[in-house]
Design a protein around this ligand. Structure first.
Ligand SMILES: [Zn+2]
Length: 389
């Protein structure tokens, strides 16, 4: 706004205070107000505009207060007061409205930008610009542990197994006693098992703990189901282990159970061999050697031929670090269900036999995806997890 524009309008001194004369004077003032407001195009100009109209000392509003209202004769005061109040509201409204008006980029932008902008569809202030890209929500993916667990379960579902689940907080009875763990078995030691606190007054078999394996689900299944039984039990388990590259206080297992007449160790071997080939490829070999678990007799540990060196023990002219040059990797435990376990669920051990197996899901995921630290599965780092999408 220039000094010249400013001087265009000046508040006249009134001689005639009739309603008609006040109206006419007000009309002129408002015309000047609108003209000057329209000319404002940046913040500095707006400030000059504001001060000219509403500054306390000698702003136009102050002037009309002094010259139109204060000096009005008694009989005209009422009309003059009303008119001045109307004008005050309009002037203040226009000045404030002018401040909120968008100062257009095109006014100050270099010619090139201004030209390019003028070809773009200009959004009307306060409306939605549907030409802008939306906020993208990245699609989630299955966690590698859940993905692996589902793959393992899928292998057994294809063999006709159904899926059973059970509680993560178990009683000592289901977690240990019914699985033929003797009362003094070291697995019950609090160094291995996380017990719920404050249960010293309860009998041992009723004490609650975080299940250390998914085997209690096998007992619960046999309690409610008569043979033939073919189930897999996937789920989360807990041990009192300090976290490091190969241990975690929380991990996942898939266990399986088959009970029927005439089930033999050959059925167990054939089933496990098939499952390992389905998970790691048809060239993988399996071998069984004696082991011990309280709930199976006989028991076996299963090894698969090393998937990194093809069972040779050496690769790229060096010892294979994954199998420590042995050509074999230990992967799971299994065995024929101990007849003592059947007595807990009222199965006749003379009539029925069965096998059970269990594997750690993280262990298999580590092998399948070449992960070197089990903690990566639980840290929640998206950069790691999104690789499995
Ligand atoms: Zn190897």
């Amino acid at each position: 706004m220039t000094a010249q524009k400013k001087s265009e309008y000046a508040v006249p001194k009134l001689k005639d205070f009739s309603a008609k004369a006040l109206d006419a004077a007000a009309k002129k003032l408002l015309a000047a107000l609108e003209k000057e407001a329209a000319a404002v195009s940046n913040e500095a100009e707006w400030k000059v505009f504001r001060d000219r109209w509403i500054a306390r000392t000698n702003g136009i509003l102050t002037q009309i207060n002094d010259q139109w209202l204060k000096v009005a004769p008694k009989e005209a005061k009422r009309d003059a007061g009303q008119k001045v109040n109307e004008l005050k509201a309009k002037v203040t409204g226009t000045v404030e409205g002018c401040e909120k008006k968008e100062i257009k980029v095109a006014v100050t932008a270099p010619a090139k930008i201004r030209d390019s902008l003028s070809h773009q569809p200009q959004p009307v202030s306060g409306t939605l610009d549907i030409t802008l890209p939306g906020t993208r929500r990245p699609l989630g993916a299955e966690h590698p542990v859940i993905k692996t667990m589902n793959e393992i379960v899928g292998v057994f579902r294809n063999l006709g197994y159904s899926v059973e689940e059970g509680p993560e907080i178990e009683t000592d009875y289901y977690n240990f006693e019914a699985l033929n763990f003797p009362p003094n078995h070291p697995a019950r030691d609090t160094q291995d098992t996380l017990f719920i606190a404050g249960q010293e007054n309860k009998p041992l078999r009723e004490r609650l703990l975080l299940r250390t394996h998914t085997s209690p689900v096998q007992i619960r299944t046999m309690e409610k189901m008569k043979p033939p039984v073919r189930v897999v039990c996937p789920g989360k388990v807990h041990r009192n282990d300090a976290p490091d590259a190969t241990h975690s206080p929380i991990f996942h297992q898939v266990e399986g159970l088959a009970v029927d007449t005439n089930i033999t160790f050959c059925d167990l071997k054939g089933t496990i061999d098939h499952a390992m080939k389905a998970l790691f490829g048809s060239s993988v070999k399996t071998r069984f050697y004696p082991s011990f678990f309280p709930f199976t007799e006989p028991s076996a540990d299963v090894q698969i031929s090393c998937i990194f060196c093809g069972g040779k023990g050496y690769r790229d002219g060096a010892r294979c670090p994954n199998c420590k040059a042995s050509g074999w990797i230990e992967l799971l435990g299994c065995g024929m269900v101990d007849p003592n376990v059947f007595s807990f669920v009222d199965y006749d051990p003379k009539k029925y036999s069965g096998f059970a197996f269990g594997m750690g899901v993280e262990r298999i995921a580590i092998l399948k995806y070449g992960v070197d630290d089990i903690q990566l599965f639980f840290n929640g780092d998206v950069r790691f997890l999104e690789q499995f999408g």
